[in-house]
Design a protein around this ligand. Sequence first.
Ligand code: PRX
Length: 582
Amino acid sequence: MDPDVFSKPSVDSLKVKPNLVDYDSSYANFAWESLLSELDWLPGGSLNKAHECIDRHALSNPEKVAMIWLGKNGEEETYTFSDMKRETDKFANVLKGLGIEKGDRVFMFMDRVPELYISVFGTLKAGAIAGPLFSAFGPDPVKDRLQDSGAVALITSPDLRKRISGILPDLTDLKHVIIINKLGRETSPLDEHDLLYDDIMSTASEESTIEQTSMHDYSIMHYTSGTTGKPKGAVHRHLAILQQYATGKWALDLHKDDVYWCTADPGWVTGTSYGMFAPWSNGVTQIIYEGGFRATAWYEVIQKYRVSVWYTAPTAIRMLMKAGVDLPKRYDTSSLRFIASVGEPLNPEGVAWGVDAFGIPFHDNWWQTETGAILIANYAAQEVRSGSMGRPIPGVKAGIIDEEYNEVPVGEEGQLAVRPGWPSMFHSYWGNQSLYNSRFKKGWYITGDTARKDEDGFYWFVGRADDVINTAGHLVGPFEVESALIEHPAVAEAGVIGKPDPLAMEVVKAFVSLHQGYEQSDELRREIMRFVRGKLAAAVAPREIAFIDSLPKTRSGKIMRRLLKARELGLPEGDTSTLEDE
Ligand code: PRX
């Protein structure tokens, strides 16, 4: 018997202990136990994602390529696991030298460059919590997230720093700004208080350093939108690596010789759980592609680097479909063995198009920021059920429940819910315990989606149960957009909905009423649009703005987005008994 087994935590300690009242432990882990020995662990039973993803492979297979980075200007850099170990050790030593301690929040606001990956894993090695942000964000979302989390350090680039320079004085917890000027390609001037990544790394110690984090210590946080309030920071533990590793195999069919490409940005959870943790815990080589979407460029990547496993999203698939099925045939895409999709519903046409274009179907799977890893999937070993998200992974019990939290009969629609206790389950919304607890009812985690289950146990997505908008796979909270809109001096009130869109599934549409003295005009509409884009990000700002004399509200003054949406779609208005007289 492997003596190390004794230094590993017992199954009991693995059992997730969510801090909620009605947790039902009988649904805890099936055979997660059997996977424990596949993780490497640190001496004394500590667990750190950076060790599982980087150091472990650097020790056993140092020259294996971890990352091939393809820059947006055609640059290419290759990093072995040994390179990754050295660089992440150095970055962890830099952070420790700055006084950053276990549990501190370190945020990354930067493009998809190798240093982003190095800084995330260096942060984990230092025992701190990494918070990667979408680099297209404007100042408002960055400020909200850094303030809410009390981030002490920010890693960014000269141009992005310039974009948010106005908010930095408001960030009272922020002590360090580290600037990465990748290949010297950005021109914005530097602030004398900032630290230059290249300088501090050139003198950093290469000594192996890794904080002895426990599996329950926090590793990463991602802000995600809800119906009300600003986005909340969903926090994950180091333990999540167990499920990210397992689903990399089960749902994405990763094998050690694969070349894997996840097209998601690490500012969103797919870009970390499956753009960092799942592939690297499996020791797989991955492509990091910094550029945006262009069908020909994407096919070139697959051809040139012999990508074998590809994880992307329905909006991208629809854009590829638009570019035509003949286009991929001009490239050698025969290296592709498994292709998968997540983030929005993938309709049967998308699945079938995979077969026409590449000879294999897209495998849809389902999960959320809060779930940390895939929970429902179409597996490689089984025939894809077109249009369905698949079946729960081993160790996860899902259900379709009614308003009283009882399971409904097969085939009926209801709320998609999951029994708590899977290893990658989020462990808090930063600083908001009551909201966290509210996601758990009668022994279920309530996902916020509606769905149905068929007689074979496949789950079919129906919609969102709340007002959250899914645009091109990005969740947008209406409140965040409304808050930005009403900061414009002309806007009195704003209501934001998701309007169906053939490409992006939904786009953000805003209804605004104006203060007295302002005239509705196309020019004003464009100005408000520009104003909000500058604050948020083009991806989450409204694509359409409609003027309206007054917004429908409940008697208690809440804007009735549901009614705005019904009117927009020409649907019945439903129960309007709480509507204030218009
Ligand atoms: O509404 C569901 C949708 O995306 C939401 C989760 O978004 P986010 O927290 O940003 O996590 C992204 C990581 C996947 C879900 O609540 N969604 C996700 N996957 C699917 C989906 N909708 C339909 N089909 C899917 N496969």
